[in-house]
Design a protein. Structure first.
Length: 590
């Protein structure tokens, strides 16, 4: 066996043909093993991944083995190239060639000075695991394997059958009921796109719908990241050449309400990236899509299995009648790192048995991550000063909040280009998530906003620039009874018609252009035209906010002061009795 080591995925037609032919000969071939998949990953993640490709050739120059790995930026650790995108990853070869391939790869890793490897999503039933344990010992690596995922599957041959011998897809009656309910407003149909010409125009709507749905459930979709979007687009283009990719849609009239980005390969239909429009959640569009996929798989004699992929979502258990386990394997030349890996795994397993401890650990991780972001942005000195301030504020604080009423006499600072102020929608939040994916504070704001939209009790607005990108967000609600976090108390309205602007936010990348003043001025005009009186508030310490408020035409009316000592607090000051004639400003005593 001759081993060739490459630092890229060659765009070579002959290699493509031999590589994919080899995939078809291994046990349980997967679309994730193909040349197309490796090339799509290499192209989309070129900024962060350095491919390390091993090609094994027999004496007759025929390709007999492939190991698609990647190295970390330091070059000291290796992983499967497709570990973050593929449901399964493996060393590709026939069983008799596997020991030679694995041994050759580990020999080369040692020669390159790679002291550790993380091999995720390795199928537990693959012959690789036993070979890897032996080879690791021979080449000076300590090997540790733990369960990664339990991938739910639907084995079509195990489904219940009718008297005529035909299999029955689970959920068929419920599917008909939901489809009939949706059909009251528009005809319902399912469509499948396989060619690049059909796929290209619908991929953007699928990507945005996926990001929007995740925001609704309080998460940031991995499809919000530009490299992930580039990967799925490039993968669709490559796999469509062989009709291996299929993007399914559930439509009511001409509007898509559910999507599934999947694959049909070697007798398996892979359930990879589904999503749906949360506004039709009552019709269970995701359930309808999965049930329809199973029904159509049963009609195709080539299909044997529907693989539901990584993750233990509850809905999968309702359909699954089989499963496949994956492993997470680590190799370390250092005994200390090996023992540390085992210890972390045991600790993580123990924490998961105690929900309270798992919740605390997650909160601690989030705090540490936020601290790291602040440290990178502001440096050690400012980070320590901020931490000291936060600690002091837990003991004693004095906060003054000023309240302003719009007087329609200000002029917001000009903004280059045209802007609009439409009501905030989930699609705009999804657009913003992709635009500001590296801004953790804005992502947290978008998640909070998505929950407000779902509640439907307040009204949001987005200032949108000429490109259609949201550059500022703000909310309005009834003034009376509003809970003000800065005061840790509810506030009284100065008049029955008062409407409060709150939780205004400009993403970091969009700051410095006067968006805040322009947005709140435009919102105030909308509120005034509706017969209401617009108000806004700001902490006195937020000088940028105060300047924007005054520039937009708001005038200061009164202020409230909160003094806190340990867990005791006192609020002084009160709103003016009447706003028919603006009174002199009422300030709380110091």
């Amino acid at each position: 066996m001759r081993l060739v080591v490459l630092r890229d995925i060659p765009e070579d037609a002959n290699l493509r043909q031999q590589w994919d032919a080899l995939v078809g000969r291994v046990g349980q071939p997967q679309v994730f093993y193909t040349w197309e998949w490796a090339l799509a990953v290499s192209r989309a993640y070129s900024a962060t991944l350095r491919p390390l490709l091993f090609l094994a050739y027999a004496e007759e120059k025929a390709l007999c083995g492939v190991a698609a790995l990647a190295t970390s930026p330091s070059g000291k650790e290796a992983s499967f190239l497709c570990a973050t995108t593929g449901d399964y990853c493996d060393f590709l070869s026939l069983p008799e060639e596997k020991p030679g391939l694995v041994s050759g790869v580990l020999t080369e890793l040692r020669r390159l000075g790679i002291g550790a490897a993380s091999l995720a999503n390795l199928p537990a039933d693959s012959t690789t695991m036993n070979v890897l344990r032996t080879a690791a010992s021979q080449h000076g690596y300590f090997c540790f394997a733990r369960t990664g995922y339990e991938c739910a599957q639907v084995s079509l041959s195990l489904l219940e059958q009718r008297e005529d011998g035909k299999s029955i897809a689970p959920g068929g009656k419920r599917l008909r009921r939901f489809v009939n309910a949706m059909a009251h407003t528009a005809p319902v149909r399912f469509e499948h796109a396989r060619s690049w010409e059909a796929l290209q125009p619908i991929l953007p709507e699928f990507l945005q719908a996926h990001v929007a749905r995740f925001l609704e459930i309080g998460r940031i979709s991995n499809l919000a990241y530009p490299d992930r979007q580039a990967f799925l687009t490039e993968l669709a283009r490559l796999l469509s050449e062989k009709q291996w990719v299929v993007v399914s849609r559930l439509l009511t009239g001409e509007k898509a309400v559910a999507w599934h980005y999947g694959f049909q390969f070697q007798g398996t239909w892979f359930w990879y990236q589904p999503t749906f429009d949360g506004r039709l959640e009552r019709y269970w569009p995701g359930f309808c899509m999965l049930t329809q996929v199973i029904q159509e798989a049963l009609k195709d004699p080539r299909m044997k299995t529907l693989d539901l992929g990584l993750g233990s979502e509850a809905y999968k258990a309702k359909f699954a009648n089989a499963s496949r386990e994956t492993l997470y394997v680590t190799l370390h030349e250092s005994i200390l790192r090996h023992l540390g890996s085992m210890l972390r795994d045991r600790a993580a397993a123990m924490v998961k048995t105690y929900p309270v401890a798992e919740k605390l650990a997650e909160a601690l991780r989030n705090r540490i991550n936020l601290l790291r972001v602040r440290f990178r942005r502001q440096g050690p000195r400012q980070t320590l000063a901020w931490a000291a301030t936060q600690l002091f504020r837990r003991l004693w604080t004095r906060d003054e909040v000023r309240f302003y009423e719009w007087s329609d006499c200000g002029a917001a600072s000009p903004i280059s280009g045209s802007v609009e102020l439409p009501p905030l929608t989930l699609d705009q939040l999804a657009e913003a998530a992709s635009e500001y994916i590296d801004d953790s504070e804005t992502l947290a704001y978008l998640l909070r906003s998505a929950q407000r939209l779902r509640g439907g009790t307040v009204e949001g607005f987005a200032l949108v620039d000429a490109r259609g990108t949201p550059v500022h967000f703000a909310w309005t609600t009834a003034f009376g009874g509003f809970f003000l976090a800065e005061l840790n108390a509810k506030v009284e309205a100065p008049c029955p018609e008062a409407v409060l602007l709150f939780d205004c936010w400009t993403p970091v990348a969009a700051r410095g252009h006067g968006h805040y003043a322009r947005a709140i001025g435009m919102i105030a005009e909308k509120v005034r035209r509706a017969g209401k009186r617009p108000w806004i508030f700001s902490a006195t310490t937020n000088t940028a906010s105060v300047r924007g408020i005054e520039r937009a035409g708001f005038q200061r009316r009164y202020s409230l002061v909160r003094q806190k000592f340990f867990n005791l607090q006192r609020i002084t000051g009160q709103p003016p009795v009447s706003q028919e004639i603006p009174p002199a400003e009422v300030s709380a005593p110091v």
